[in-house]
Write a protein that binds this ligand. Structure first.
Ligand SMILES: Cc1cc2nc3c(=O)[nH]c(=O)nc-3n(C[C@H](O)[C@H](O)[C@H](O)COP(=O)(O)OP(=O)(O)OC[C@H]3O[C@@H](n4cnc5c(N)ncnc54)[C@H](O)[C@@H]3O)c2cc1C
Length: 527
């Protein structure tokens, strides 16, 4: 019996598995699918999770239900060995190596948001691809609103209620439209936030958003977004971020505590290291979607593949293409096993749909252009029809009905408390903390330098200069007191933050760790 291994449980992977289940009998081939999660995410509806107009888990479907005959392995793909035809996946509860041999391999691992060469983006901007990204963003927005309602420092309050989304493609536009609708709809519950301080900003590098759409429809989308209060910054793009601001290519800065990035996209690291033909940072496949040099054994579909249709146009990274690519690959694996002609990928796209929030959308279907409410109804009808699984369809339809009748839900989902070690990036001149602040973190400098400053007789005086490898912030944390100095970055600086809670745990359990910081604190306080 042949072994078919599918990597990735998104549009490409799940639709390949589903199609193969129909084409092949169980005694002809075993089908195994590896995915990080045990569910399939319907990404086109993900932005609606932000406002809660779709329930947090209603936008996903369990893969076991969608592909009942496929063996699901919920692990991380760590290595692909094309020569020996094996795939290594991450260890489970018991840390053992698991190697999966295959006769036929389908790679459908999608893309990741890449922050390469963009300082501070990894630490301070939020990607938007997965269910957890959507939940994290929703929680962040609610947290910022809660904080802004009690914040008396006007500058900080403005940062808290400024939401920046980078990327004017479909996902960026849909995300900013949802964020804007949500924030403005719930603002009345936060009476101490002046409405005029709320800002939702969309950044896009070109002169108009939605380049892939007809110009008239894209301009209509811009007009609608602007009328609803979204600020459009066109012809500029995000190049760096700190915990306080978005830094643009033009040098402009937008003070904000919430920066979402929907661009650029790259292959997952496990594919970056794969030794095979690539084009524009994706796996290069032929017309039958077989990986170059591995024809008849390995295929790639979806966002991770560089695909040209028979007409020579490049297939865009969309769900409608990924599902058609899955059909082509399933047909070609079927032909390998049973014999017969190979199929070339020939789908050119049916149209494009983009939601603008609040009962409005734009659509270009079979060459017909529609906008406003009719496009929104079409958008909902098509996506409801396309949603896999009857259960999910019913849940989403019910969510939409409830969202039409009731105001958006404001509850923040409190997730389990985990270790809060994280990293931050600071630009030169940026303050890490102020004298008088409470001691909430201990800092370790990874890259860069900073000054330790104290105000004496109204004058700021430099106490010390710190560099990579130095620690600071321990005195206030150890003594539960306020900061006795201000720390300001002198150069671009990356730091590792150890929250007080984690620091205290480490100190209690690893005495040598605590002693390093206690000795440093004694030395700094001159004892
Ligand atoms: C917000 C948003 C809105 C969108 N809207 C639309 C739209 O309206 N219309 C449209 O046609 N397209 C839309 N798209 C694009 C569409 O969702 C993608 O083109 C499609 O999901 C690509 O399918 P895929 O199978 O290649 O990747 P994905 O669907 O991303 O699936 C990849 C899978 O691989 C898994 N994976 C990745 N790496 C590993 C690993 N190392 N180990 C284990 N598992 C791994 C991931 O967890 C994921 O489940 C949207 C995308 C986004 C993000």
């Amino acid at each position: 019996m042949k072994r078919i291994l599918i990597l990735g449980g998104g549009f490409g992977g799940v639709y390949t598995a589903g199609r193969l289940e129909k084409l092949l009998s169980p005694d002809e081939a075993s089908i195994c699918l590896v995915n990080r999660e045990n569910y399939f995410v319907y990404q086109p509806m993900l932005p609606e999770v932000i406002s809660g107009s779709i329930g947090l888990t209603d936008v996903v479907s369990p893969i076991r239900r969608l592909c009942p005959r496929t063996q699901l392995i919920m692990r991380e793909v760590e290595n692909i060995d094309l020569q020996n035809r094996t795939v290594t996946v991450s260890p489970g509860f018991r840390p053992r190596r698991l190697e999966l041999p295959y006769d036929y391999l389908v790679i459908a691992l999608g893309g990741v948001t890449s922050f390469y060469g963009m300082p501070g983006m990894l630490e301070h901007s939020l990607p938007f691809r997965t269910l957890s990204d959507a939940i994290v963003l929703r929680n962040r927005i609610i947290h910022c609103l809660e904080e802004a309602d009690v914040e008396t420092d006007v500058e900080l309050r403005r940062k808290l209620v400024t939401f920046v989304v980078s990327g004017g493609g479909f996902s960026g536009v849909e995300v900013i439209a949802e964020v804007n609708d949500f924030v403005r709809a719930v603002a009345r519950h936060y009476p101490r936030i002046p409405r005029e301080e709320i800002r939702c900003v969309l950044l896009h590098s070109r002169e108009r958003i939605l380049q892939e759409m007809d110009e008239g429809l894209a301009l209509f989308a811009q007009k609608i977004l602007a009328a609803r209060g979204v600020e459009l910054h066109l012809g500029d793009r995000l190049v760096a971020a700190t915990s306080e601001k978005a830094i643009l290519k033009s040098g402009a800065e937008i003070l904000s505590k919430t920066i979402v990035s929907t661009v650029p996209s790259a292959m997952p690291p496990v594919l970056e290291k794969l030794d095979c033909a690539k084009e524009k940072g994706r796996l290069l496949v032929n017309e039958q979607l077989a990986l170059q040099g591995h024809e008849g054994q390995v295929w790639a579909v979806g966002d991770c593949a560089f695909i040209k249709t028979v007409s020579g146009t490049q297939a865009p990274p969309t769900a409608q293409h990924a599902t058609r690519e899955a059909e082509t690959v399933a047909a070609n694996i079927h032909a390998e096993i049973r014999g017969g002609g190979r199929t070339a990928f020939a789908f050119e796209g049916l149209g494009k749909l983009g939601a603008l929030g609040h009962n409005c959308a734009i659509a270009e279907v079979f060459g017909i252009k529609i906008s406003g409410l009719p496009a929104w109804l079409l958008w909902r009808a098509i996506y409801l029809m396309k949603l896999p699984g009857l259960n999910t369809k019913i849940r989403v339809a019910a969510d939409w009905l409830i969202a039409l009748l009731l105001p958006p839900d404001l509850a923040q989902l409190s997730l389990a408390r985990m270790s809060g070690f994280h990293e931050q990036h600071f630009t030169p001149g940026e303050t890490v903390f102020h004298e008088g602040d409470l001691g909430d973190f201990v800092y370790v400098i990874q890259v860069g330098e900073c000054d330790v400053l104290r105000t004496i007789d109204g004058q700021e005086q430099k106490l010390a200069e710190l560099k990579a490898g130095d620690y600071f912030g321990e005195m206030a944390v150890l003594s539960d007191a306020s900061r006795n100095a201000t720390v300001r970055a002198r150069t671009a600086m990356n730091v590792l933050l150890i929250p007080k809670r984690d620091f205290d745990k480490l100190k209690a359990n690893v005495p040598a760790f605590g002693e390093v910081f206690s000795a440093l604190a004694r030395q700094r306080s001159g004892q």
